[in-house]
Design a protein around this ligand. Structure first.
Ligand code: F6P
Length: 317
């Protein structure tokens, strides 16, 4: 077999590890992994890169991806899908190993299948917002990246009491990442795009945090209303300067943690075995802690909601 790896959309820590594990499994059986260096535009037009386990080994722990991704929606065009199917035939490719987040996985696998392209996909996004799976690859690494920053901010916060910290996470228009991080970091308030907040309430939470712990920590997603203005709004109400931490894209490109590397190993092995069994369509999901190869589309699953019980608990509601 010859399998083409394609990364589409935002990268996520763990993808390099998954490529390495897949390449090792393939090589052990005389099969080959190649990569499209630049997402689907490269799958259409660029030379494919040889991806041997040896060439990938040094990247295993690193965030980003050794083959570039792309957000270009080139596969929307039917003609492009036909051209891709033709190219894969010419290049003797048996199937695509696809890495992507919510948008990619909802739309692309069915379209590729209809064009006659076999595609097995892994949910890779730090946002943890893919329908049908309890976990996406990269989420754990992004949480751990945030703890390093928050721990540092709070260490100086305890050394110089009376300070207010706001921490903005990535997550797009979803709050799963901010919610998980804020809860585990013991934030006094967590703000997510899915649920509106009142400034008066937030100010009370800040004052209560200052009184009880000597600092106040607010963790919020980049997608909340007034995200950029929030520090200034709080400062004006409380009368204390706010120290603002933006995790930004550094959060997406951090090193892969044990959990993401372990996921990469299991998901890559399962994807490889599925290709060997001749399966032509599937997405690997984690359901009730177990790995499942879902052969249908993601429309079978509801959009994942914020953990509202946790939200209420963390925010003292
Ligand atoms: O891939 C998901 C994500 O990292 C979101 O958390 C974030 O909002 C978005 O991508 C950023 O996208 P871009 O890298 O295109 O700025």
């Amino acid at each position: 077999m010859k399998i083409l790896a394609v990364v589409s959309g935002g990268d996520a820590p763990g993808i390099n590890a998954a490529l390495w594990h897949f390449a090792r499994a393939a090589e052990a059986h005389g099969d080959i992994l190649v990569g499209a260096d630049g997402g689907f535009p490269a799958a259409l037009n660029a030379p494919y890169l040889a991806m041997t386990a040896r060439s990938l080994a040094a990247q295993v722990s690193l965030g980003g991806t050794i083959i570039a991704s792309s957000r270009e929606p080139v596969m929307r065009e039917e003609l492009a899908r036909t051209r891709l199917a033709e190219r894969l035939r010419t290049e003797d490719i048996d199937g695509i190993l696809l890495f992507g987040g919510d948008g990619t996985l909802k739309h692309l696998p069915p379209l590729l299948n209809d064009a006659g392209v076999a595609c097995l996909a892994l949910p890779t996004t730090i946002d943890n917002d893919v329908a049908g799976t309890e976990r996406t690859m990269g989420f754990d690494s992004a949480c751990n990246f945030a703890y390093t920053s928050i721990d540092g901010a709070l260490a100086t916060g305890r050394a110089l009491p009376g300070r207010i910290f706001t921490v903005e996470t990535l997550g797009g228009n979803t709050g799963h990442l901010a919610m998980a991080i804020g809860a585990a970091a013991g934030a006094h308030a967590v703000l997510v795009p899915e649920i509106d907040y009142e400034l008066d309430w937030l100010v009370q939470r800040v004052r209560a945090g200052l009184a009880s712990d000597g600092y106040a920590l607010i963790v919020h997603s980049e997608g909340i209303m007034h995200s950029r203005a929030l520090p200034q709004m709080i400062a004006e109400e409380v009368g204390v300067r706010v120290r603002d931490v933006h995790l930004g894209h550094a959060q997406r490109g951090g090193n892969a943690t044990h959990i993401d590397r372990a996921l990469a190993a299991r998901w890559a092995a399962e994807a490889y075995q599925a290709f060997r069994r001749g399966i032509r369509r599937g997405i690997l999901l984690e359901r009730e802690g177990r790995l499942v190869l879902h052969e249908g589309g993601l429309e079978a699953f509801p959009t994942p909601d914020i953990d509202r019980a946790l939200y209420a608990y963390v925010n003292g509601l």
